[in-house]
Design a protein around this ligand. Structure first.
Ligand code: TLP
Length: 344
């Protein structure tokens, strides 16, 4: 079975498992886990931030950042198909107790004028706009990269209007490897950044949030409140650090495989796909309109490929550590075979 449902499905490699087994650990709620501390320092450095905090998941990382930036009742401007809007079980309404202001976009880039219009004037009867969130790469739009110049424009607007910026950088590594722009150049445009270790990098668990020392001190309180204060978490952090040191550069292979897969689907003309969207390790494509996703996915599964659902009418294939070039080719042929069978 070729599993393209997500880059979260990767298993720790043999070497990573050895590193996990040997990781020095301590009680991280006391701040005494050397592996967690090393990872946090490493990521803070990589992102050019004062401090960083290891968190169990990207979702918790995003939610902590929202809670630290906002007071309850504040508004958060973010892209309409963003992960925070779509896949975090309305947590912003429950945890930070904020109101989301979703702005639709083409490739994950909210038009700057639309952001501008969404910022509330400072009248006492309006909600208070507190935060703008960006997602880079953008998952639902197909792993699309927010150009640095666009991020700069948004950051400048935020600064002018006294707003904070949070970057959901679950796949910032992919954006960085694809463009050659170091992660810190994206990160410096945001007040807080969440990066994942458990996606393309192939670590089993965890994300890291980064920001100012003061921000991270407050984030640590929220992490504890949410039950995310872990004890000998070094066994996880060590895997994350190993992944950053050994699996970052290879992400370009995933991008090549995604492109190859997309090109083969596009050539078949049975499936609709916009190649301009294929910028990193994700491929989103339309399946035949008369089918449900479940029907399409089942047919692909029978041909040996697992896919996940994207936006309504779209399937998603994600390339990762365990998918080689030949599997990318085989997967494309299998999806084409499944589609042909469904259409005849
Ligand atoms: N994305 C997962 C699913 O939740 C959809 C995936 O398979 O792509 N931000 C972005 C942009 C993400 O794509 C994800 C996970 C998260 C945050 C949340 O990370 P976790 O799963 O660690 O909570």
């Amino acid at each position: 079975m070729i599993d393209l449902r997500s880059d979260t499905v990767t298993q720790p490699t043999e070497e990573m498992r050895r590193v996990i087994a040997q990781a020095p650990v301590g009680d991280d709620v006391f701040g005494e886990d050397p592996s967690v501390n090393r990872l946090q320092e490493y990521v803070a450095e990589l992102l050019g931030k004062e401090a960083a905090l290891f968190v169990p998941s990207g979702t918790m990382g995003n939610q902590i950042c929202l809670a630290v930036h906002c007071r309850s009742g504040d508004e958060v401007i973010l892209e309409a198909a963003s992960h925070i809007v779509t896949y975090e079980t309305a947590a912003p309404a429950v945890i930070a107790r904020v109101q989301l202001v979703p702005i639709a976009s083409e490739l994950g880039q909210m038009p700057v004028e639309a952001i501008q219009r969404a910022i509330r004037p400072p009248e006492y009867y309006f909600p208070r706009t507190a935060l703008i969130c960006l997602e880079n790469t953008h998952n639902r739009h197909g792993g699309t990269i927010l150009p640095l110049s666009y991020c700069q424009e948004v950051a400048q607007l935020a600064r002018q209007r006294g707003l904070a910026v949070h970057l959901d950088g679950a796949r910032l590594w992919n954006a960085s490897v694809a463009t050659g722009i170091p992660p810190r150049h994206y990160a410096e445009l945001a007040d807080s950044v969440m990066v994942s270790l458990s996606k393309g990098l192939g670590a089993p668990v965890g994300s890291v949030i980064a920001g100012s020392r003061e921000f991270i001190a407050e984030a640590r309180r929220w992490r504890k409140l949410l039950g995310g204060g872990m004890r000998q978490a070094g066994i996880l952090a060590a895997a994350g650090l190993y992944a950053l040191q050994h699996h970052l550069e290879r992400l370009h292979e995933d991008h090549e495989h995604a492109r190859l897969f997309a090109q083969l689907l596009a050539e078949s003309a049975l499936l609709q796909l916009e190649l301009r969207r294929v910028q990193t390790n994700i491929v989103v494509f339309r399946y035949p309109a008369h089918l449900t996703f479940a029907q399409f996915a089942q047919a692909c599964r029978q041909e040996g490929v697992l896919l996940s659902a994207g936006m309504p009418g779209y399937a998603r294939a994600v390339f990762h550590l365990h998918i080689g070039r030949q599997q990318a080719i085989d997967a494309a042929h299998a999806v084409i075979r499944a589609t042909r069978a469904l259409l005849t």
